[in-house]
Structures are given as structure tokens and as C-alpha cells.
Design a protein around this ligand. Structure first.
Ligand code: ATP
Ligand code: ZN
Ligand code: ZN
Length: 801
């Protein structure tokens, strides 16, 4: 019997299964979807079993070394999904399998330097000191370099071997229980000398509670130590074993359990449709369009409950940024231990444990960010994507998949429905709903018949003319003070992009840019340093202008920290909580700040994108948006759509319960349609307006896009390769496809690599994948060179930089 194995070597030549003999000892345990260690050239590497085959000509076939898993880590469905993903994104099969698994399951390699000759040259012998093997760390610590190593390997003294080290870590605890001997515990006690009180107490404990108990708890309870316990274990009166436990990231946390409230008429209609959907090969896709605060989350939860009652499982995706403690609270409160939570704030070990709960069927629901779409459930009854318009559902590096596409694929495998929910659906999804491909479900009203908050647009140019140079308009200031008096709360939102701090010379206007990237460097006040956010280059803040030597070089723009200072000066009595990357870096900080705000220990919550979504606080009656247009100026055809979505989301944080809400939007372009229409919550008009523009300029959803980005240290090379690629595509694609470029990318240089791009706009190009693959194959050897050519293909791109 032969195992077909996909090996962890992402290249074109190795993008197929390799054959390995299965040693006798593994024949009964090995299964499809398990990880194995296989010899590959000089190395031992990780692979995934994707099939078995009878073969007779096996003389030259190597045996696999080891089977790593007891239960498969990938289900047959996920293996098929990986294959599909590989062809859609033009990625290697191995990369697509790896993307579905938690980090800890992907092997880490240990490099070792082995002696293969008994007598080594003296200098080497000094290093090895009689041993046979050195770790790569020991080697690096020596004075020898790579070329020495290479020479000694060529001369036959040394060999370099890779040992695979599984990173998988399980947490184990020791559990104690009464011994196997069926003697009554009371009789055992009698045998223990009376002065050994603690030993007696330990046995006595089990008289009342004969169940196994963690050792730590037992010792704690009896108030004793190993010294008393060990003799009992030795005699066999008690016995111990170790048990794997899954870390619970929410350990020590109590969630108030909630029961489902009766649904409103609209909610009920939506839910009836969703759970009434019949198993179907072509899955029913619902677009749940509900204004902010209309109770979408409640519809999700009750639909999931229904699905669980049928013995099926559910995946609920939320954007990372919306996976706030509040959201977790709601799901844990409703589903308790039936739910696993997956998001980036968990440690690798915690993520692995949450994933294992899914794999072991300990849970039936997962709430998580993008990659939770790969949860290894076997009987999916529902997939929900909340805030479906969020571009973070598209993975932007390596395997460029969109979670929505994966959801539809998995749904068709399981025959279950998909719900896409949003207050501001993406144009792509809304267009599909208009065409009837998706079914549109609407929640047009807020809970409690609460009106949408009124929006005031403040033209910041007028403020300037009136002599107000502050970043807070008169109106916003007055309204903030009013809230303070009434004991109500406010949320202030600033878009991070618009508020980066750059350094400029006041005399000559010189802006300090990264020497390797075409981007201004960001000032970090705490360390008095400048950093490049693209390549991480950093340097000290200059004391004079590198151009004109003037000393008036200073930082401009506004960080959240600076806004906070201004605000504090403006309203000294305000209690402010600032939420940005700096204040939420530490684990649990995010949650602490929100709890504090929820307990009314602050008047104003000031923050970036991370406060725009999901927050549901009844006492928030004012939302302020400091610079609404900062997104509009991005070189992105979705700029208007993103602005509309963000403004709607942020505004939606006000007046969600009984108290009425109000919104102040500060802008320099109050007449822009996306700002105007967001201020009246007119999604349908926005959709119409934006669709005209998309149609005119041949953008999605009227056309599909493919973006090829070429980068090279040499600008001419980058341009030339892009030109050839564009030409090749023009010759081969159909006449209706438009091939644009080569043009320099919006970010022309990153990390000293020059970047050019070509964009394809098309309606239908069934062979496109094939042509792009040919391009990649053609340039493969050039792309292998260190610091050489790089080509990135992005089908349906969301980041155009
Ligand atoms: N049927 C119901 N009965 C009573 N309260 C409800 C009901 N449905 C939802 N709510 C409450 O109304 C508020 C808003 O609901 P929810 O957060 O589900 O809306 P949403 O549409 O998901 O909001 P957003 O998209 O703005 O985050 C919440 O406090 C929620 O607990
Ligand atoms: Zn200058
Ligand atoms: Zn840089």
C-alpha cells in the first residue's frame, strides 16, 4: 500500500502528490488527512496524506518516517476544498492545505550539522568536541560562515540535515483518583499511621468525592504537598494519570447567560426563510440587509440555535475588528460551551485548542474571523458572514482567498444556506440580490422603534474661515459638553489613515520619506524615532532638515494621542478613554477599556477603526467623526463605497437603545455623494449612484478584475516584465477583455523594489487561469533568485496598492 502525500515544498515541480510506502507499524493507524513526516531529498519534511493506492513496483519507493496525528487534521471535504482553492487562486496545493490549519500544526524545521567523517580538520574538531551533531544555533554562534560549511559538506566531512519538529503543544494536567484495588477507602485509612494526618486526609477526600480530581485542586483542598501524596501513589492507594486539557481563553470569565427574546415581525420573517431553507446542492444565499441596530445579530443567533437543535453545526464569521468582547459575550452568553471563538488576540496555543474543540466535536458553533471559515465541521447547517462588505474577508497575502467564496463552496458541499449580513452590503452582493441570485431579506427598522440618529454635516472649511483652527468644530464641542452635563456618553471616531504623523520642514516643505519605500515616515513620539510602516526601517528624529538644514523641522498630522490631548484641553472635565493600537496592545486591554466605558467610568470613547463596529452601548447618544473624507482620497475605485460604509457603521453606534442618538460628521467635502447619502442613510440611492460610476468605468460588479503586480530591484526590469505580461495577455484573452498598463503601482517602491502593475478587466475569461499560470511558469526560475523578480497575481483584488 502506498500513501499519496502532498509535501511541504511549495514549488511548481512539487505541486503534486508523492508516493511513500507505509511501514507495517502504521498501516492500521494512517488515514487520509493526517500529517506525516517523509524523507524528501536530503531532508525530512512534513506532508499531508491525500490518498492511498495499491502499487507493485515499489523497489524505488521510500517509506514514510512517521505519522504525526491520531485523528486526521483535514477532512475529505477540506482536502477537496484545498484543491479547488489552489486552482482558483493559482496557489500551491500545499499552501492551500496549510492555510486551513492553525499555526501550531505547521511543522517547524530544525537544521542540524552532522559529522559524517570520523576525523575532522582540527578547527572543526575543536567546534564539535567529539560530538556527532551541532544544532544550527551552535553553528551560527561559531566563527564559521555558510561558505565554510558548504566547503566541508562538499569535501565530505559534514552533512546538513533537517529534522522536522512538530510545534503542536498540548497542555496536560495530572489527575488523581482512588487506586484500582477494590479495597474500601475507609479500610485504607486505618492502615495509615495516625500521625500521618495529611495522608489520611487525602484518602478521606475520596470517600465523599470518588471522582478523579486535578492534582493541583486536591492538594489545595487538603492543604498539603507532594510529600504526603507521593507515598500514597507509590503504595497504589491512589493513582495518577495525565490528561490533556484544552486551554480556555475565557477561563475565569463568567458570561451572563441570555435566553432568546421574542423576535420582531421583520426578524421573524428573516429567520423563517433562513431556517426554512431546504438542503440543496445549489445553496440558498441570503443577503440580510438590516440598518444598524436592527437586530441582525439576534437573527443570526436564533437561526443558529435552530440549526443546532437539528444536530447540525454553524460557522459565524465576523471581521476581526468587530470581534469585540461584546460580541464574544453575546455568543458565549447564548451558547455557552457550545461555542468556540477564533481571533487574532488569542495565543497560538489558545487558537489551537479552540480549533481542537471543533475537531473533536466538543463545540457546534464557531465565531471567528476570516480563517474560521475552514473550521473542520462535518455537518454544517449554516454559514453566516456578518458585515459581509468588509474587505478584510479577503486574505491579502500568500493564498489570496475571499472567505465569501469559500463559504459558498463549503455550503454547496454541505447543502446548507449562507447568510450575508450588513447594513451596507457590498455592491457585488447587492447586485446579485437585485438579479435574484441571492435572496434579499430586509430589516428596515431599529429596535424599540428608535429612529436612526440625525446626522449633521459640518463643513470644516467654514470653521477655518470663522477662525476656528481646532480639529473640533464649534458644534461638536457644544454637543460633547451637552452630553457631559446630561451624563450621557459620546464616541469619537478618527480614521487612522488620515491621522498618521509625518515629519516636515516648515521652511522648505521637505517631508522625511523612507529611503526604501515611496512613503513618508511616521513619527513615534515615545521613542523620538521615525518608522516606515511598510518595511519597518527606522531612524532617530532628525534635529535639522536634511534638505535645507533649517531647525524648524517638526512632525505634522495628528495621532490619536494628540487628539486626546487637544480634547482634554478643550473640555478639561471630560473623562476620556483612548482606544488605538497603542492602548490595546496588551492582552485583555481592549476588553478592559470597553468594560470601563460600559460602566460609565468615562464620558468619551476616542478611537480608530476598532470602535466603528459592533459596539452596543445604550448610553451613547453622540457620535463624532473627525475627518470623514480621509478615505475618499485613497487611490481606490472603492473609496466612495468604503466611505459610505464606514460613516454608516460609525453613526450606527449612537442611540441604539431607548435614548435618541445624534451624529456630527466633520468634512472638507460635504457635497460628496457618499457623505451626503450616508448622512440620510440612503443605501438604495447610494447603490444607484455608485453603480452608474462603476458601469461607466468598467469596474466590479460590472467587470471582474485581475491585478498582476511585478516588482524588481531594477525599475527597468520591473517595467519591462510587466509590459511583456500585458502584451501576452492582450494577445491571448478575448477581445472584450481590457488589459491596462503597465503602470507604476500607487506605491511605486517598497523595500527598494520597484513595482509595476497590469490590470485586466473582463466579463468572462474561462481560460485566464491557464494563461496566468503559463506566465508564472515562464518566469519561475527568475523568481527563485534571491532579490530577483517577483510577480503577484490577485484575482478580484481589494487592495490596489
Ligand atoms: N427581538 C428583540 N427583542 C429585544 N431586543 C432585541 C431584539 N433583537 C435585538 N435586540 C437588541 O437590540 C440591540 C440591537 O440589536 P443587534 O445588535 O442585534 O443589531 P445589529 O443589526 O446586529 O446591529 P449592528 O449591525 O449595528 O451591529 C441589541 O442591544 C439587541 O440585544
Ligand atoms: Zn528644509
Ligand atoms: Zn520603508
Amino acid at each position: 500500500m502506498i500513501a499519496k502525500v502532498i509535501v511541504d515544498v511549495p514549488t511548481n515541480q512539487t505541486n503534486r502528490p508523492f508516493d511513500y510506502l507505509i511501514p507495517e507499524e502504521f498501516t492500521h493507524v494512517i488515514d487520509i488527512g493526517m500529517r506525516v513526516i517523509v524523507p524528501f531529498g536530503p531532508r525530512k519534511i512534513l506532508g499531508y496524506v491525500v490518498g492511498f493506492e495499491e502499487r507493485t513496483d515499489v523497489e524505488k519507493v521510500k517509506s514514510l518516517e512517521e505519522v504525526l496525528d491520531v485523528t486526521p487534521v483535514l477532512t475529505p471535504e477540506l482536502l477537496r476544498l484545498g484543491k479547488w482553492l489552489a486552482s482558483r487562486t493559482l496557489s500551491f496545493y500545499i499552501s492551500c492545505l496549510q492555510v486551513m490549519l492553525p499555526q501550531v500544526l505547521k511543522a517547524k524545521y530544525k537544521k542540524e550539522i552532522w559529522r559524517i567523517e570520523e576525523h575532522l580538520p582540527e578547527e572543526l574538531e575543536n567546534l564539535f568536541q567529539g560530538s556527532d551533531v551541532l544544532t544550527s544555533e551552535e553553528w551560527e554562534a561559531s566563527s564559521f560562515k555558510y561558505h565554510h560549511l558548504k566547503k566541508w559538506v562538499d569535501d565530505g566531512y559534514l552533512d546538513v540535515r533537517y529534522e522536522v519538529k512538530s510545534k503542536e503543544t498540548k497542555r496536560k494536567i495530572t489527575v488523581i483518583e482512588p487506586g484500582a484495588d477494590p479495597v474500601r477507602l475507609e479500610e485504607l485509612i486505618a492502615e495509615i499511621p495516625a500521625q500521618a494526618k495529611k495522608q489520611r486526609a487525602l484518602i478521606d477526600f475520596f470517600v465523599d468525592y470518588p471522582d478523579p480530581i486535578p492534582k493541583k485542586d486536591l492538594l489545595n483542598f487538603v492543604k498539603t504537598t507532594d510529600a504526603s501524596l507521593n507515598p500514597l501513589l507509590k503504595k497504589g492507594y491512589l493513582q495518577s494519570y495525565s490528561q490533556e486539557i484544552l486551554r480556555d481563553p475565557y477561563e475565569g470569565h463568567t458570561f451572563t447567560s441570555t435566553s432568546p427574546p421574542p423576535l420582531t415581525r421583520y426578524q421573524q420573517q428573516a429567520m423563517d426563510e433562513i431556517v426554512g431553507s431546504v438542503k440543496n446542492e445549489k445553496p440558498d444565499v441570503y443577503l440580510l440587509h438590516g440598518v444598524t441596530g436592527s437586530g441582525k445579530t439576534e437573527v443570526y443567533m436564533q437561526s443558529i440555535q435552530e440549526v443546532l437543535a437539528r444536530g447540525e453545526e454553524a460557522i459565524m464569521l465576523v471581521p476581526e475588528i468587530a470581534l469585540t468582547p461584546q460580541m464574544v459575550e453575546r455568543f458565549k452568553g447564548r451558547f455557552g460551551s457550545k461555542v468556540a471563538v477564533l481571533h487574532s488576540a488569542l495565543s497560538a496555543g489558545e487558537k489551537y485548542d479552540e480549533w481542537r474543540k471543533i475537531q473533536r466535536r466538543d463545540v457546534q458553533v464557531v465565531v471567528g474571523a476570516r480563517s474560521a471559515i475552514f473550521a473542520p465541521f462535518r455537518n454544517l447547517g449554516l454559514i453566516i458572514i456578518d458585515e459581509e462588505h468588509e474587505t478584510s474577508y479577503k486574505q491579502e497575502d500568500r493564498t489570496r482567498y475571499h472567505a465569501r467564496d469559500v463559504a459558498l463552496k463549503r455550503a454547496s458541499e454541505h447543502g446548507c444556506p449562507v447568510v450575508l449580513g450588513s447594513a451596507t452590503p457590498s455592491l457585488e452582493s447587492f447586485a446579485r440580490a437585485q438579479k435574484g441570485n441571492y435572496r434579499l431579506l430586509e430589516l428596515p427598522e431599529r429596535m424599540n422603534e428608535q429612529a436612526m440618529p440625525t446626522v449633521e454635516l459640518v463643513d470644516m472649511r467654514d470653521e477655518l474661515h470663522e477662525g476656528n483652527r481646532s480639529m473640533f468644530s464649534q458644534s461638536l464641542k457644544a454637543k460633547l459638553e451637552e452630553r457631559l452635563q446630561k451624563g450621557e456618553q459620546s464616541v469619537l471616531f478618527l480614521n487612522r489613515r488620515g491621522y498618521s504623523t509625518f515629519v516636515m520642514c516648515r521652511d522648505c516643505g521637505h517631508v522625511v520619506e523612507c529611503p526604501y519605500c515611496d512613503i513618508s515616515m511616521t513619527y513615534h513620539r515615545n521613542q523620538e524615532r521615525l518608522k516606515c510602516h511598510y518595511c519597518s526601517f527606522e531612524k532617530p528624529m532628525p534635529s535639522k532638515c536634511p534638505e535645507c538644514e533649517s531647525k524648524t523641522i517638526r512632525y505634522f498630522g495628528t495621532g490619536t494621542q494628540k487628539v486626546e490631548e487637544h480634547l482634554q484641553q478643550l473640555i478639561p472635565e471630560a473623562r476620556i478613554i483612548r482606544m488605538d493600537v497603542d492602548t490595546t496592545r496588551r492582552k485583555g486591554a481592549h476588553e478592559k477599556l470597553l468594560t470601563k466605558f460600559g460602566n460609565n467610568e468615562a464620558d468619551i470613547l476616542l478611537g480608530t477603526q476598532m470602535i466603528a463596529k459592533g459596539l452596543d452601548f445604550g448610553n451613547v447618544t453622540l457620535v463624532g467623526v473627525l475627518a470623514a473624507d480621509s478615505l475618499l482620497n485613497l487611490p481606490d475605485f472603492r473609496a466612495s463605497e468604503k466611505t459610505f460604509q464606514l460613516l454608516t457603521q460609525v453613526s450606527g453606534r449612537a442611540g441604539r437603545h431607548e435614548k435618541e442618538g445624534e451624529v456630527v460628521v466633520q468634512t472638507y467635502t460635504p457635497d460628496h455623494y457618499s457623505i451626503q447619502l450616508a448622512s440620510t442613510y440612503d443605501f438604495n440611492r447610494f447603490y444607484e449612484e455608485e453603480m452608474k460610476y462603476r458601469k461607466m468605468f468598467h469596474y466590479p460588479p460590472f467587470y471582474y478584475l485581475t491585478l498582476l503586480t511585478v516588482s524588481h530591484p531594477n525599475t527597468f526590469q520591473a517595467q519591462e516584465v510587466t509590459r511583456k505580461i500585458a502584451q501576452y495577455l492582450k494577445q491571448n484573452l478575448s477581445e472584450t477583455a481590457e488589459v491596462l498598463g503597465p503602470t507604476p503601482s500607487p506605491l511605486e517602491r517598497i523595500n527598494n523594489r520597484y513595482r509595476y502593475q497590469t490590470m485586466v478587466k473582463y466579463k468572462s475569461e474561462p481560460d485566464q487561469q491557464k494563461y496566468v499560470q503559463r506566465i508564472m511558469n515562464y518566469y519561475e526560475s527568475e523568481m527563485k533568485e534571491q532579490n530577483g523578480l517577483q510577480i503577484i497575481v490577485d484575482f478580484q483584488p481589494y487592495q490596489l496598492m
